[in-house]
Design a protein around this ligand. Structure first.
Ligand SMILES: Cc1ncc(COP(=O)(O)O)c(C=O)c1O
Length: 431
């Protein structure tokens, strides 16, 4: 690691993105306690569902235990719509491929496997770090029978949903929108601004502890379909039928949100706009602070999207990358004058007692999914290297962003002085 001079670590650890409580959370939690609705039923859940649906611009919201549960039930529902009801021990996507965002958290993808489907990973675009619509088009050329696409909005930046929706419509495919990281982000669709979480056939958000607002945990399924909302609510509460005893026609889950957690989210919800404004200011301060350095912020489509700026990230210019290799669980790099790499930066940030993180490792590179198909804007992304022919440009965009990028401390409680110290250590790493 470089000698980056005397660093005075922050007394209190600066996190990547930690919960920010405001007081009202406790009021609603206490209300749940005092009214004895210490359960998965109660006023907090009902009110929160109404508030979130109205804010996002959908007709129905179903409060669940986490975003992963919302994604699982959305995936199951899509599978059942497309291919019919499955036997209890078989997933609804058995024998079917599903196109999915490649560079994301594995919770986006795993529900496809829970339902016995096969994820086909679609490469990332440099413009938004989300699913590349050209690669999606290529994937439909290669696998025209596919009828389901799972799209995530990475780090709070909307994917190019106009193009993605048009491609899916042309192929009669349904969309599951993973808006876990992007609550409050907006996208211009056909000239009108709409919220992420309202753009798919089945939409999911998360209130995990590190998200833009939190319940400590929690998630939601969002939809305009009364029938779908009722089905997800039924499945999430053990699929009980209208009988005096516990009668079951379908497999059930215990995925409902607790009324105590709903109280926390309810208290947080009025502060969503404030959190977004704070995160945006952090993004802009980094952008300004990096001027003149060979490092760029995570990009977004400025004409058609307003991110929620959940995490500020950065990408080191290729020319300024010092050599770095990664194994499955370790890494090694060399320090070079005028250059750096994500791990050198993360180590320097850690010396400040602050937390950064590598970019999500693309799914097609994950050991568990290494045998799965991967499609880039050029077509098949597997088996494209050749010992005898040199390749001139990068075809695997996700792998490149993973190699050169990092997530920066983005906590909305970070002070300007703390952020300047982070910018300063980053600058020193380029010396
Ligand atoms: C993109 C993405 N999808 C899904 C999830 C899962 O949400 P949860 O943690 O609420 O299950 C997360 C975060 O945790 C996420 O970042």
């Amino acid at each position: 690691m470089k000698n980056i001079g005397d660093i005075k670590p922050f007394e209190k650890k600066l996190y990547l993105s930690s919960p920010t409580m405001h007081g009202e959370e406790l009021k609603y939690m206490t209300e749940a306690y005092e009214t004895n609705w210490m359960s998965t039923v109660g006023a907090n859940i009902n009110t929160l569902e109404e508030e979130v649906a109205a804010y996002v611009g959908v007709k129905y919201a179903v409060a669940l235990s986490c975003g992963t549960a919302a994604l699982h039930l959305a995936t199951k529902l899509a599978g059942e719509k497309l291919y019919g009801q499955a036997r209890p021990e078989v997933g609804t996507l058995q024998g079917h491929k599903v196109f999915a965002t490649d560079m994301t958290f594995d919770a986006t993808i795993n529900p496809i496997a829970y339902e016995n489907g096969e994820a086909v990973f679609i490469d990332t675009e440099a413009d938004t770090w989300n699913m590349n619509p050209d690669a999606l088009e290529k994937a439909f050329d290669m696998y025209p029978d596919v009828k389901l696409v799972v799209v995530a909005h990475l780090y709070g930046t909307p994917a190019k949903m106009d193009k993605i929706k048009k491609i899916c419509d042309a192929h009669g495919a349904l969309i599951i929108e993973d808006a876990a990281e992007s609550l409050g982000a907006e996208y211009k669709l056909d000239g009108a601004w709409v919220q992420t979480g309202s753009l798919g056939n089945y939409n999911c958000i998360s209130f995990n502890g590190n998200k833009i607002i939190t319940g400590s945990s929690g998630g939601m399924f969002l939809t305009d379909s009364k029938e779908d909302a009722e089905k997800v609510r039924k499945w999430s509460t053990q699929s009980r039928e209208a009988a005096p005893w516990y009668q079951h026609e379908e497999i059930g889950y215990n995925y409902r949100m607790s009324n105590v957690i709903a109280g926390v989210v309810r208290g947080q919800f009025p502060y969503l706009g404030e959190h977004i404004a704070q995160k945006k200011a952090i993004y802009e301060r980094y952008k300004e602070g990096f001027k003149g350095l060979p490092i760029r912020m995570n990009p977004f489509d400025e004409a058609n999207s307003k991110p929620n700026f959940w995490l500020s990230c950065a990408l080191i210019d290729e020319e300024a990358m010092s050599p770095m290799v990664r194994g499955d669980q370790d890494y090694l790099y060399t320090s070079e004058k005028g250059k750096t790499n994500p791990h050198e930066l993360l180590e320097a940030i850690a010396m400040l007692n602050a937390e950064g993180r590598p970019i999500w490792k693309p799914m097609h590179l994950q050991p568990i999914y290494r045998s799965h198909k991967f499609v880039t804007a050029r077509g098949n992304g597997r088996g494209q290297s050749n010992a005898y022919i040199s390749s001139d440009s990068i075809s695997d965009v996700g792998a490149d962003i993973f190699r050169r990028g990092l997530c920066l401390p983005s906590d909305n409680k970070m002070t300007p002085d703390q952020q300047d110290a982070v910018i300063d250590v980053i600058k020193r790493c380029f010396e």
